[in-house]
Design a protein around this ligand. Structure first.
Ligand SMILES: C[S@@+](CC[C@H](N)C(=O)[O-])C[C@H]1O[C@@H](n2cnc3c(N)ncnc32)[C@H](O)[C@@H]1O
Length: 223
């Protein structure tokens, strides 16, 4: 198996299941033109997020890590009508691009972008009693995933879905001596998720145009 093959299979899947969508294409184009890194979820993963939101009938969604709003738009499209989504982003520049993309996607008034480090904005959400969220998507800096998971639990209810991206990292998570703080952060998160009795969880490895990685999916079973 090679990266070339994974990319071709991703194209095959996207051609079948993720038909061309000008709003999505423009969201990626605007982000690229503004110099944002190309680290949004792949189209088929975006659609998975939409499906998960739809499956759990989400009316309140929280996203940690907005970038240009690509995954935000997918999640919002899976939300029940009348729902709201809050997305947290540290970079003012990323948030500005996301807001442009969100307006273009006709999601004004549905999506709120909050700027600031998520470790500051998450406690604000608790203080404002904005939870519980039906679905929480963790996709910001990897070294803080454990902390984000702890806040996600505070902002959940029984039945809430917690999804986290990039939890395999080319298999680097196997190496306990790896000094990369992102790898260490993900290793801590995966262990915490496995040990947490309040959730039922698993991790699925993924390959595709974004390389070899993985996605964690958990359902809250006790508060
Ligand atoms: C992988 S990108 C998110 C991709 C996006 N979810 C998508 O698929 O379209 C991670 C984002 O998290 C943001 N970020 C990094 N550290 C953060 C922090 N401490 N708090 C909030 N956001 C942070 C980055 O600026 C970046 O925009």
């Amino acid at each position: 198996m090679t990266q070339e093959l994974w990319t071709s299979v991703d194209d095959y899947i996207s051609n079948l299941f993720v038909p061309f969508d000008p709003v999505m294409q423009e969201a990626l184009g605007t982000s690229e033109a503004a110099g944002l890194p190309s680290i949004s979820v792949a189209p088929n993963e975006g659609k998975l997020l939409m499906l998960l939101a739809q499956i759990c009938g989400a009316r309140k969604i929280l996203e940690i890590g907005t970038l240009g709003g690509y995954s935000t738009i997918w999640l919002a499209r899976g939300m029940a009508s009348g729902g709201t989504l809050i997305t947290l982003e540290a970079s003012a520049k990323h948030a500005e691009i996301a807001r442009i993309n969100i307006v273009r996607a006709d999601l004004t008034g549905v999506v709120e972008v909050r700027v600031g480090s998520a470790l500051d904005t998450l406690p604000q959400l608790v203080a404002e009693d904005r939870g519980p969220f039906d679905l929480i998507f963790i996709d910001a800096n990897k070294d803080n995933y454990s902390e984000y998971f702890a806040w996600a639990l505070k902002l959940s209810r029984r039945g809430s879905l917690i999804v986290a991206d990039n939890v395999i990292r080319d298999g680097e998570v196997l190496d306990s001596t790896n000094n990369d703080p992102r790898v260490q952060g993900i290793r801590r998160f995966n262990q915490l998720l496995a040990d947490e009795s309040r959730v039922r969880a698993t991790v699925i490895q993924t390959v595709g145009r974004k390389g070899h990685d993985g996605i964690a999916i958990a359902v809250v079973v006790a508060e």
